[in-house]
Each structure stands twice: as C-alpha cells, then as structure tokens.
Design a binder for this molecule. Structure first.
Ligand SMILES: Cc1cc2nc3c(=O)[nH]c(=O)nc-3n(C[C@H](O)[C@H](O)[C@H](O)COP(=O)(O)OP(=O)(O)OC[C@H]3O[C@@H](n4cnc5c(N)ncnc54)[C@H](O)[C@@H]3O)c2cc1C
Length: 334
C-alpha cells in the first residue's frame, strides 16, 4: 500500500475545511471496509485520509416526524436492527441485513455503502495493464464488454462500461424516493438518491454526483404507508456473503385489493440502482397475482441488453421482481 497521512477531525465542518485545505489527494474514510481494500489493490491512491468515522453525532437514527433520518456514520448493522426501520421499512432493513457479513456490517457505515465502487473483476484485477478499464484508467477501454460478462449489467450499459452498481442499500433507498444530505464547502444540499448515481455513458469513472470536499451527512427517507408493505429480495450465487446477481426492492400502496401505486427498483443487473418505472405503471390499478407480477417483472427488463454470458439475467430478474411483489402484497394484508 502507498503511504498516506491520516487525520481525525472532530466535527463535519473541520473535516470539510481539512479536505479543502489539503485539496488534491484528500479522501474521506469511515469504516474503511472497501476503501482500504481498493488501496491495497492499488486502485485507489489517496495521499491523505480524513477519518470521518471518529466524528460524534453523525450516527443517529431519528424516526420521529414525517421522515426517517439516518446519519451517514450509522453502521449497516445498527440500521438493519433498528425497531422503527424494521417496522416501517422492512425493505431498508433487509437490504442491509442481506449484504456482506456480520463483521462487515458492524464496521461499515451506511454513508460509505453509498459510495462503494463496482466489483467488476476487470476493474478490481487489472492494475498494471492486465486488463483495460475505463473506470480505473479513463479512456483505456473496457475488457468486460467483450469479456466474461456473466455478472455484468444488462440495463444502463454503454460501449465504454457494463459494470454493475454493487450496493443493495442504494436500491432500497431509490425505491423509497430517499434523499441524500450532502455537506460541503458551498453548504448543505439534498439530492434524490436516484440522481446521486450517474450512468456510465462515455465517462464511466464519473460515478457519483458529488462535488469536491462534499461529505454525506445523512439519508432522509419520506415516511409513507407503502414502507410497511415492502421487501428486498436478493438472489446470489451463495446464500450469504455475496453480491446480488439480481435483486428487487418493492413497496406497495394497496387499495381494496388493487395496487394504487407500486415502487420497484432493481439491483445486480444495472449500472446504477435502477428504478423500474414501466413496471410500476403497468401495475397501477391492477389486482396483483402471479401472472400480473410476472408481467411487471418482464416489463422491468424490456430494455435489457444482455451480453454473451448473461442472457439469463432478464428472466432471473423478472422472477425476482415477481417474487418480491408477492411478498410485499402479503405484507400489505398484515
Ligand atoms: C467481502 C465483502 C462483501 C461485501 N458484500 C456486500 C454486499 O453483498 N452488498 C453490499 O451492498 N455491500 C457489500 N459490501 C460492501 C460493504 O457494504 C461496503 O464495504 C461498506 O458499506 C462501505 O462502508 P465503509 O464505511 O466501510 O466505507 P469506506 O470504505 O470507509 O469508504 C467507502 C467510500 O466512501 C467514501 N466515504 C465514506 N464515508 C463518507 C462520507 N460520510 N462522506 C463522503 N464520503 C465518504 C470514502 O472516501 C470511500 O470512497 C461488501 C464488502 C466486502 C469487503
């Protein structure tokens, strides 16, 4: 690992000022569970680490009022197990509980989770010229597009990149129309989580809508009744400690046995947490049974463009959406 200096600010303002003063080469770190990995692989090369994990007061979970507000430094484990999250937003709790391992969830922050980078093998294993990767070395090319693409994205891809957005938690947040609260040198702003992620296009290395020196302070989730009739369904190669091959976050607002409004987001299949609006529209006013659930699942993948080894993903993903819808409708009756 390359040498770096380490700083422990006491407040968010101090952290932001430190970042501004250092400039080039500065990077925030929280749990360190993914940043240190990438530094050891020589993919990330920060020269100065600003440890926001030591800042007090950024790990609160506030469930009073019209929103659920979760501090960026709350651990994945703490949020997953919080009684209000379990009761009002099973989709959020499940997205965290089904990610990584217990040790990682105890260490990792929900803010750091939003900024984790792709697990594309060509991104992680090609340092030193073994494989080109436009995310790692902008303009170098993409080995995955013509390579082994079983785990790659089928939605939102471009000729320059088909890497999957890896996180589970952001998918659940997108389904719930959550906002990310950012603090930086220019002040504070709220951004829909969906807009926080960028499509790869010609610039796959520009992954997040984050200005220099901005830190994530919190995520804010509007409280809606559909939160209780929600689920996060995740299919992976192993039943634990594995990233999604296909996942779906679903929440249902039901009226008299029919869907008033469905919220559906997809993970493991797209280059960013993917809102499936066509599928949502198709369900409005419908009676939700196995057939309509599968129709909605297939509508979610109407624009899918699989590669050579991942032609199974649209059908797998459609079935994951359908199963998630049936779990959520069951919960709406409870
Ligand atoms: C073996 C393994 C398996 C995993 N499996 C899964 C999985 O199945 N599903 C899943 O979703 N995730 C999975 N993960 C990823 C894991 O969830 C992330 O590593 C973790 O959430 C990152 O949080 P952290 O606090 O450790 O982030 P860090 O490593 O500290 O930071 C990650 C990034 O976020 C930035 N950052 C951190 N906090 C802030 C902040 N407040 N403001 C601005 N920037 C910030 C850092 O600069 C860095 O770029 C896995 C990780 C490992 C190692």
């Amino acid at each position: 690992m390359r040498p770096f200096s380490f700083h422990r600010p006491a407040t968010p303002d101090e952290a932001i000022a430190l970042f501004e003063a250092i400039g080039e080469g500065a990077r925030f770190v929280a749990g360190g569970t993914t940043l240190f990995d990438l530094m050891k692989l020589d993919i990330e090369r920060p020269r100065h680490l600003i440890d926001v994990g030591a800042i007090r007061g950024l790990d609160g979970i506030d469930a009073d009022g019209d929103t659920l507000r979760i501090g960026a430094l709350a651990t994945m484990a703490a949020v997953a197990a919080h009684p209000a999250v379990l009761r009002d937003f099973p989709v959020l709790s499940e997205s965290l509980a089904r990610a990584a391992s217990p040790q990682l969830r105890n260490m990792a922050s929900v803010g750091g989770n939003l900024l984790q980078r792709t697990r594309c093998p060509y991104f992680r294993n090609g340092v030193g010229g073994a494989y080109p990767c436009n995310k790692r070395e902008p303009g170098s090319g993409c080995a995955a597009v013509e390579g082994l693409d079983r785990g790659q994205a089928v939605l939102g891809t471009s000729a320059a990149c088909n890497a999957v957005s890896p996180g589970d938690w952001p998918v659940a947040l997108v389904a719930m129309d959550a906002l990310v609260e950012l603090r930086g040198p220019l002040g504070q702003r709220l951004l829909p989580v969906e807009e926080f992620y960028r499509l790869p296009g010609d610039t796959p290395h520009e992954e997040f809508t984050l200005r220099p020196g901005e830190m994530i302070a919190a995520v804010v989730v509007p409280k809606v009744a559909a939160g209780r009739a929600s689920t996060y369904h995740k299919i992976r190669d192993r039943e634990s400690f594995s990233f999604a091959l296909a996942s779906a976050a679903v929440a249902l607002d039901m009226e008299g046995g029919r869907v008033r409004r469905a919220r559906i987001a997809l993970g493991g299949v797209a280059t960013k947490p993917w809102r499936a609006r066509e599928a949502e529209r198709l369900l409005a006013g419908m009676n939700l049974d196995v057939e309509t659930a599968l129709d909605a699942g297939r509508a979610a993948f109407a624009d899918a463009r699989p590669g050579r080894h991942n032609a199974f993903k649209p059908e797998l993903g459609a079935r994951v959406v359908a199963d998630a819808l049936l779990i959520a409708v069951e919960r709406s009756r409870a």
